[in-house]
Design a protein around this ligand. Structure first.
Ligand code: SF4
Length: 278
C-alpha cells in the first residue's frame, strides 16, 4: 500500500527540547540519579527508552533525597514547583516555552483581577498546571455546555490548552462572548498544533484512510485523531503491532500522521508495516 506521511508527524519543538534536555543531563557526571516529575511527555514507548538510558519516572510519592528532577514539558502549578523546591534534589525545568507563555498570560491577567476560564481537558497535566497560575480564580471548561454552568463573574479572560482544536475553541469563544460580552479572549493554541492539524486536512484529500500514531494519554494525538475521523476512516494506534490489515481492504493510499510526543522510531515502524500491506 502506498503511504503518505505528514511532514509534521512526530516530535514538536517543545517535546524535542524536553527530550534533548533530559539526554544532555543524563550524559553529565554531576546530575546524580535522574528523574522526571511524572511522564516527561505522554508517550509510553519513549518513557521506556529513557528509562533504559537511566532517566526514570518519579511517581511523586517515593522518597527522593538526591539527584536531579526534571519538570515535565506540560509544566506544573506554582504550588508544586514550591513543593519540589523543598526537596533535596536539583530541579531542571523542561516546560515547553509555549506552555510557559500561557502560564505567564494567566498569571498576568489573574493578578489584574480577571477570572480565568481555561478551555481544556480536566485533569490533564498541562491544564492542572495552567489552573495553578490563576491564583484561585480558574475555571476549566471542556465544552460550550460547561460555559453555561459558570457562575456570574467579571472580568473574564479565556485561554485554551495549547493542543485544542481551533474550530472547537471557536465554539467556546462564542459561548463565552454570549455570557461574558467583555471577556478578553487569548489565542493560546500553539503553532505546532495548528500546523499539524492543517497538514492533516491537506493530507486527507489525497488518501483513502488515515493512521494517527500516538499515546492514548497524549492530548494532541487524541485531538488529531478526532479531526482525522471527520475527514476519512481513521485508526488511532500506539504501536505498529496494533495495525490490522483488514482495516485497509480496498484502500490504495493511507495517510500517516502522529502526535507531538510520538518518537520517530515508532512512526517508522508503522510506516514499514503499512507499506508491506497489499
Ligand atoms: S504541542 Fe505545542 S505546547 Fe505542547 S509541547 Fe509541543 S510545542 Fe509545546
Amino acid at each position: 500500500m502506498k503511504v503518505l506521511t505528514a511532514k509534521s508527524a512526530g516530535f514538536c519543538w517543545g517535546v524535542q527540547r524536553a527530550v534533548r534536555k533530559a539526554r544532555e543531563l543524563a550524559s553529565r557526571q554531576d546530575t546524580g540519579t535522574l528523574f522526571t516529575d511524572g511522564s516527561l511527555i505522554h508517550n509510553a514507548e519513549l518513557m521506556h527508552q529513557l528509562e533504559s538510558e537511566g532517566i526514570c519516572r518519579w511517581d511523586g510519592h517515593s522518597p527522593l533525597d538526591s539527584g536531579t528532577l526534571i519538570i515535565r514539558a506540560h509544566g506544573i502549578p506554582p504550588s508544586r514547583r514550591e513543593a519540589l523546591g523543598r526537596l533535596s534534589v536539583r530541579l531542571e525545568d523542561a516546560t515547553c516555552p509555549d506552555v510557559a507563555r500561557i502560564q505567564a498570560l494567566i498569571r498576568r491577567h489573574a493578578r489584574k483581577g480577571y477570572h480565568i476560564v481555561i478551555f481544556g481537558d480536566p485533569g490533564h497535566a498541562e491544564v492542572v498546571g495552567l489552573e495553578g497560575y490563576a491564583e484561585g480564580n480558574g475555571h476549566v471548561v471542556a465544552s460550550a455546555a460547561d460555559v453555561e454552568k459558570l457562575p456570574a463573574m467579571s472580568p473574564v479572560c479565556l485561554v485554551a490548552q495549547s493542543t485544542q482544536l481551533p474550530d472547537t475553541y471557536q465554539t467556546i469563544i462564542q459561548a463565552i462572548q454570549q455570557r461574558f460580552p467583555d471577556a478578553v479572549i487569548l489565542d493560546t493554541i500553539c503553532n505546532s498544533t495548528r500546523n499539524r492539524q492543517s497538514e492533516l486536512i491537506e493530507l486527507a484529500r489525497q488518501v483513502d484512510a488515515i493512521v494517527v500514531v500516538g499515546d492514548a494519554h497524549s492530548a494532541n494525538t487524541v485531538r488529531l485523531a478526532e479531526l482525522a475521523r471527520t475527514l476519512r476512516p481513521t485508526h488511532h494506534i500506539q504501536t505498529a503491532d496494533q495495525l490490522k490489515p483488514e482495516w485497509f481492504n480496498g484502500c490504495r493510499t493511507a495517510g500517516l500522521t502522529a502526535g507531538a510526543s510520538t518518537p520517530d522510531f515508532v512512526i517508522a515502524a508503522v510506516r514499514t508495516r503499512l507499506e508491506s500491506m497489499p
